[in-house]
Design a binder for this molecule. Structure first.
Ligand code: 13P
Length: 274
């Protein structure tokens, strides 16, 4: 491994240690990956406790999943990481874990999509729930492909959570925010129910986060019930097409993407009738 890759491998080890220490993973849970400068990926090995990794256990693969280097087998969820890298060229690192409170929401079929905490609206927006997919199959990457365009933090039904970012540190911090927000949401529920921030106030938060460069306008209209309530929220209309979809393949669209798609079709039809 070249120096830059050794540094990334050491960082992946450190993130695994933190995930274990924070109780976000136990036993063989979780996986962590990052892009390398030569266009490949470094990823954790499968089935090993990620709290106690050594840098030489980290595996290098291509973006299509071919083994490049390392004596271990790569994560069984490598395809999920590669799908996110494929959809999001800006993403440099991905962390998957099973933090207990957030995973409790995912097991109960509940998204973390209410605007209960201003800081979460500012940094992540809402955290949607991706449909269930069998681990290690294509179902899981397919469930995440469309959501990952507008979300850096996603719950995975009956499974766990995934966070992505421009570096490993940010992806880990996002995982921490997911679990912290799940804890807060649960506390608010126990205390009689959270009181969500309302539409116009959310509009102001979105303005603040875009001015501060915390989230791009492309992520303005997420899979949250609350973005529908924001007056005058102008959603960018680019609808991402899942890159790997063949002509006859079933694709999944989020509700927002379906609305955008229908809006665009209606606009085109109106133009054609003029
Ligand atoms: P791996 O050890 O194969 O990465 O799998 C862990 C996991 O959390 C699967 O969801």
């Amino acid at each position: 491994m070249v120096l830059q890759e050794q540094q990334i491998a050491a960082q992946i080890v450190e993130i695994g240690r933190r995930l274990y220490e924070r109780g976000y993973i136990v036993a063989g849970d979780g996986n962590v990956s990052a892009r390398t400068s030569d266009g490949n990926v470094l990823v954790t090995p499968t089935g090993i406790n990620k709290g106690f990794l050594k840098p030489d256990m980290i595996v290098k693969t291509t973006l299509t999943g071919q083994h490049v280097a390392g004596s271990h087998r790569s994560s069984s969820e490598l395809a999920m990481h590669l799908a996110i890298y494929e959809e999001r060229p800006d993403v440099q690192a991905i962390v998957h874990a099973h933090p207990p409170i957030a995973t409790g929401f995912a097991a109960a079929g509940l998204a973390l999509d209410k605007a209960f905490v201003s800081e979460v609206v500012l940094t992540l927006g809402c955290i949607p729930l991706a449909p269930y997919g069998t681990p290690s199959t294509r179902e899981l990457p397919d469930a995440l492909r469309s959501l990952c365009h507008r979300h850096d933090a996603i719950l995975m039904a009956n499974h766990g959570a995934v966070a992505s970012g421009p570096d490993l540190e940010t992806a880990f911090n996002r995982m921490e925010t997911i679990e912290h927000f799940a804890r807060i949401s649960l506390t608010a529920h126990v205390l009689g129910g959270g009181k969500p921030i309302t539409g116009p106030m959310i509009g102001k938060l979105i303005e603040v986060r875009e001015k501060a460069g915390l989230m791009s306008p492309e992520m303005r209209c997420q899979e949250c019930s609350y973005t529908d309530e924001v007056p005058g929220l102008n959603c960018p209309t680019s609808v991402p097409t899942p890159v790997s979809a063949a002509e006859d393949e079933t694709v999944t669209l989020t509700r927002r993407e379906l609305i955008d798609l229908l809006d665009r079709a209606a606009q085109l039809a109106a133009k054609g009738n003029r």
